[in-house]
Design a protein. Structure first.
Length: 262
């Protein structure tokens, strides 16, 4: 799987990349001129901005809350409409489900979802995502060496021609995955705790996976006082999630009594 090739997207031309910035800048300049000429324009312009952007911000906040809740079934349900019934969807829909399951430690469900994906061009094009999912599953299932090899292969892959911020985020997640696999193999390196913290902030989808890896690093390094803080606001994991076992074991290693549900 790691040796398969993946198509590289075409780099957008400079005019295409600059057009959205130019339009946004022109709009801001025109709005500033209108307000400068007549302050009464300020209220309707602010109302327009709120109309355009507030729903999107609220939607992002709701999705962030859902991702942090650990409710993987509800999360997958919210993504159902984003993948249609086309031929690529028969590949991508199971892969999206597998990604969500893997991110929250549902290893058996993730494997079943991967098995249902139809091979084809979409499968080949999703190589990076597949390696990410497989590395997580290997780490959680105990194949530490396989997990580290996949994470190293992912780190060596060239970054796409996406924007600077997107490339930076992908790079953080790749490094985070490598640190996670080392943590589960109990061979963490100096600086891995910081890498895991950055990865946890970069994507709420893998936030808890990175936090449990960070807790393992803390235990291995003898920093037992950090474990409770890393896991204090974790959700109650169901039986299907490997995080349920990790949670109790890590707290016990740190000498912290687990919270008892009322």
């Amino acid at each position: 799987m790691v040796g398969m090739s993946t198509p590289r997207p075409q780099r957008p031309s400079l005019p295409q990349a600059l057009l959205p910035l130019a339009v946004a800048g022109l709009g801001a300049a025109l709005a500033a001129q209108m307000v400068a000429r007549d302050a009464r324009y300020c209220v309707p312009l602010l109302a327009l901005v709120a109309f355009l952007f507030v729903p999107a911000v609220l939607g992002r906040l709701r999705m962030h809350k859902l991702l942090m809740s650990g409710d993987v079934e509800r999360l997958i349900s919210s993504w159902q409409g984003s993948v249609g019934g086309s031929a690529p969807a028969s590949t991508m829909a199971p892969l999206v489900r597998a990604t969500a399951y893997a991110a929250y430690g549902w290893t058996a469900a993730a494997r079943r979802a991967m098995d249902r994906a139809n091979p084809g061009p979409a499968w080949d094009a999703a190589l990076e995502q597949r390696i990410f999912v497989e590395a997580l599953l290997d780490a959680f299932e105990g194949d530490r060496e396989g997990a580290m090899k996949k994470a190293a292969a992912l780190e060596s892959m060239p970054l796409s021609s996406a924007g600077l911020l997107a490339r930076r985020r992908v790079n953080i997640l790749r490094r985070g995955l490598a640190a996670l696999t080392r943590a589960f193999a109990h061979v963490s390196q100096r600086g891995d705790a910081g890498v895991l913290a950055k990865a946890a902030k970069a994507s709420p989808l893998v936030h808890w996976a990175m936090r449990y890896a960070a807790a393992i690093v803390a235990v291995d390094r003898g920093r037992l006082g950090e474990v409770a803080g890393l896991l204090s606001d974790a959700p109650a994991w169901p039986e299907e999630s490997a995080f349920r076992e990790y949670h109790g074991e890590l707290l016990a290693r740190a000498g912290v009594a687990p919270k008892v549900a009322p």
